[in-house]
Design a protein around this ligand. Structure first.
Ligand code: TYC
Length: 103
């Protein structure tokens, strides 16, 4: 008798759908006390940006209240926001960075 080797083979392969991990925004918040130069220094040190980009982002937050600094994985976003906020706190400034999920 001929053995049917294909009988147990599933017709379609199960493809578990992997959700793409959510991305998070790091947001710079304006305040009335932190010096502009200090904001730029933090942006350069923590987010590795140039003087020009730092200046542009500082000014955007200054004018509009907030500025999105970077969009990245949650743990990186939270670490950078904490690092930047802690630098300001250590220097006695109320400068704040927050994170929120991207829609
Ligand atoms: N508004 C501040 C000032 O006039 C400067 C500043 C800009 C502070 C952006 C925070 O996220 C900020 N000294």
């Amino acid at each position: 008798m001929v053995e049917d080797k294909t009988a147990l083979k599933p017709k379609t392969k199960a493809k578990p759908k992997l959700e793409r991990p959510k991305l998070y925004k790091v947001i710079l918040i304006n305040d009335d006390y932190t010096p502009r130069e200090f904001v730029i220094m933090v942006l350069k040190a923590v987010f590795r940006m140039s003087e020009e980009t730092g200046y542009r982002m500082m000014l955007t937050a200054h004018k509009f209240g907030v500025c999105v600094i970077v969009v990245c994985a949650r743990d990186i976003a939270e670490t950078k926001a904490r690092e930047a906020t802690d630098l300001a706190k250590a220097a006695g400034f109320p400068l704040m960075f927050t994170t929120e999920p991207e829609e």
